[in-house]
Design a protein around this ligand. Sequence first.
Ligand SMILES: [Zn+2]
Ligand SMILES: [Zn+2]
Length: 278
Amino acid sequence: MLTDYHLHLRPDELDATPAEHFTEANAQRYRDAASERGIAELGVSEHVYRFAQALDVWQHPLWCEFAHDDLDAYCDFVRSTDLRLGIEADFIPGAEDRIANLLEARDFDYVVGSVHFLRDHALDTDDYSVWSLGRSAEEIWREYFRTLGEAARSGLFDILAHPDLVKVWGRDRPVPEGDLRRYYELAIEGIAESGSAIEVSTAGLRKRAQEIYPAPAFLEMCLEAGVPVALSSDAHRPEDVGADYDQALEMLESVGVKELCVFERRERRLEPIGAGVL
Ligand SMILES: [Zn+2]
Ligand SMILES: [Zn+2]
C-alpha cells in the first residue's frame, strides 16, 4: 500500500480558482497519475490560508491576500469524490484554540500540520522572508525546530509536514555547519510525545534543497522515538503525484520502515508498504 496524502489540487498562484481546480475532471487527473504509480490511497490537503475562514485564525497580510475561498465548499467537493479529505494547516503559536475550532468543525480524514512561518516571517517564500532580517542560520534553525516541536505538542495535527522545511533553499540561504542533529533534538521530544506521524516528503527534491524531507538523520531519530511515517509528494499538479517515490522508498527501506500511516476520520492505522509496487 502506498499513500499520497499531501496533495494540492491547484498551484499556489492567487489566480488558481476552485472553479477551475476543484472539479471531478481534475480529481481524475490526480487519480490517473496515482494509479500509474501504484498509489492506492490518495487524499487532498489544500492550504488553509486559501480559505476565508482562516482569517478567524490569523490575519497576517499574506493570508489576507490569499484567503478568499469557502472552506466548506472545498470539504463538500472532496467528500463528493472518493479522495480522502485533508487540509494543510499552519501552526500559529498562540492561535491553538482558534485552529482547533476551525479543524474540529469539519470531518477531515487527517490534518497535515506545517510550520511555514516563524512569528510573522516566512521560511519558504520571498515575501515576508525570515532570511532577509540579518539573523544567523543557527538562530533561524533553532527557532524553526523549537516551533516544530511546539506544533507537534499542540496535538492539532495528525501528520507533521516537510519536517525540516528550514532547508528548503539549500545553499541559497545560510545553513549551519556540522552535525545537524543538535537542531533536530529541539523538536524530537515534542514529536515523540505528541503521537503524530512524521511526513516523508519528496517535495524537497523539487526545491533548491534537492533532498527528501526529512534528512535521514532526523528520520532515524523519529523512528527511534517510535514515530510512524506518512508518505507524500506535496504535489501541486497531477504530474507530481508520487514524484520520486523510488527514492523515498529506498530511503524508507534503508532505515527499516515497513509500514505507512493510513487515515480515516482522523483515526490512524498502519499498512505494510508492500514489495515491488513500483
Ligand atoms: Zn507546506
Ligand atoms: Zn503543501
